[in-house]
Design a protein around this ligand. Structure first.
Ligand code: BES
Ligand code: MN
Ligand code: ZN
Length: 488
């Protein structure tokens, strides 16, 4: 992993990274940004000559390596910062992570007088883009590199960098959990990982319900979905309870550690990556650990219903009627619509037993998310305009993407079953929307203080892309931490 230090004086100057930005002229199209450190003689002129020669534009994400044999520094790394805002610095940091992986140490002076958000963007970009997950003979052995960030006064940037470090560490934790193969990652293992991460953190309390507890307390959705697996289900309840908190948020995350589809089995193309079906649980757990690490003054209770949706003689069947926590029944028309069954239990438990101020669930709920909104954008549902706007603003500031979707009344009738209260997977209606309408049935008094996020699409990336790395993205951790940071 990259080691990042904030320094007032450089220790060595082997490799010097320098920010450049676009000008509003054609000649030169880009220029060096005045930085918070004295540059070695001749470097500024050399860069001015390099801009046209290398056709540098200063756009965020652009990098260049200028080799200077026998001189100090031995390499100059001009990098684009575009408009110089936090998002542009995040992109610059992500691009620099690739370059820094080939160096021992990079020295990077920030612009003179840069706001702390610049350091936050840079550090998040560096730490997120340098993430690697591999289960090889050599273990998880990413390149070691150090980045020394030079500033006039490190104290000015210390808080922003600490927030960036925690945000990146928790996003990386969520990625680790999602990337882990299901041969290791079953519900009990996931709960154990949460216990390890939460151990010793003051004011953070963990309760894990075992299969017999779930059955005894009536969590029929979680029990049904978990019934076909040799690895029994769990319900993780993680409570960050700071003294004096005035707002109580409950986060719920779908935690299907592998989704075969059950008896309504998926084809191999749709099944092979279904270890990622606990991305919602990973995000809410990691965000709660982050809130506790940063000691945010808001109470956050996270519920992660965990189950493995398998095919066996003990599996629940299409057409079975499940009785959820609280008594509502679902006719399970398709055993591949399992996420909503476990979420239904957790949402009702949250509303009845925890009575929070706000209720937010994250779930890799439907393939329809990507059909509607593409590969990077989550679908966000809420009846509360203010709450939806606040969350969307946090998502945007964090550098993630979500789009608000409707909860249309004309689909509600599709949910009504003759045999039970609800159909879990009605035959008609847009997939992501109908799933959201189904979940809304379990929000009770919190109906207008609830947000559902279907993040099936952005929780996984097919390639390295800026701060995202191939595989799990940790979607939602950054957004949730931003949003929780605005509550008090
Ligand atoms: N876990 C899947 C949704 C999913 C699909 C997540 C692709 C990530 C990528 C979910 O449990 C599922 O199977 N949903 C079905 C619902 C249908 C049976 C009503 C779907 O989307 O097809
Ligand atoms: Mn499914
Ligand atoms: Zn699923």
């Amino acid at each position: 992993m990259l080691a990042i230090r904030l320094l007032a004086e450089p220790t060595r100057l082997d490799v010097l990274a320098l920010p450049i930005r676009p000008t509003d002229r054609a000649d030169p199209p880009a220029e060096l940004v005045p930085v918070a450190a004295a540059l070695p003689d001749g470097v500024a002129d050399e860069l001015a000559a390099l801009v046209p020669a290398a056709r540098l534009t200063g756009d965020p994400g652009q990098t260049w390596t200028q080799v200077r044999p026998g001189r100090v520094p031995a390499r100059l790394l001009p990098f684009g910062i575009g408009a110089g805002d936090e998002a542009a610095w995040r992109a610059a940091g992500a691009a620099l992570a690739g370059v820094a992986a080939r160096e021992d140490r990079v020295t990077l002076p920030l612009p003179a007088g840069a706001p702390p958000a610049v350091a936050r963007g840079l550090v998040e970009g560096l730490l997120l883009a340098s993430y690697r997950f591999r289960l090889g003979a050599d273990g998880n052995a990413p390149a070691l590199a150090a980045v020394d960030v030079l500033v006039e006064d490190p104290a000015v940037y210390a808080d922003a960098v600490a927030v960036a470090r925690t945000t990146a560490a928790m996003t990386r934790l969520a990625r680790d959990l999602v990337n882990m193969p299901a041969s290791v990652k079953n519900p009990g293992w996931f709960a154990g990982q949460v216990a390890d991460a939460a151990a010793g953190v003051p004011d953070l309390h963990l309760r894990v319900r075992e299969p017999r507890d779930l059955a005894a307390e009536g969590f029929g959705g979680i029990v049904a979905v978990g019934s076909g697996s040799a690895n029994g289900p769990r319900l993780v309840e993680l409570d960050w309870r700071p003294a004096g908190a005035r707002t109580h948020v409950v986060l719920v995350g779908k935690g299907i550690t592998f989704d075969t589809g059950g008896i309504s089995i998926k084809p191999v193309s749709g099944m092979k990556l279904m270890r990622k079906d606990m991305g919602g649980a990973a995000a809410v757990v990691a965000a709660t650990l982050g809130a506790a690490t940063m000691r945010l003054p808001v109470r956050v209770t996270t519920l992660a219903p965990l189950a493995e949706n398998m095919v066996s003689g003990a599996s629940f069947r299409p057409g079975d009627v499940v009785r959820h926590y609280g008594g509502t029944t679902s006719e399970t028309t398709n055993s591949d619509a399992e996420g909503r069954l476990v979420l239904a239990d957790a949402l009702t438990y949250a509303v009845r037993e925890l009575s929070p101020d706000l209720l937010v669930d994250l779930a890799t709920l439907t393939g329809a998310n990507a059909v509607a909104l593409g590969k990077r954008t989550a679908a966000l549902y809420s009846e509360n305009d203010r709450l939806a706007a606040d969350l969307l603003a946090a998502v945007d500031a964090a550098g993630e993407a979500a789009w608000r979707m409707p909860l249309p009344a004309d689909y509600v009738d599709y949910l009504r079953s003759e045999l039970a209260d609800l159909y879990s997977a009605p035959a008609q209606g847009a997939g992501s929307v109908v799933a959201a309408l189904y979940l809304r049935e379990f929000t009770g008094e919190l109906r207008d203080r609830w947000v559902h996020v279907d993040m099936s699409a952005p929780s996984w990336s097919e390639d390295d892309d800026a701060e995202l790395t191939k595989g799990a993205t940790g979607w939602g951790v950054r957004s949730l931490l931003r949003w929780l940071g605005t509550l008090g």
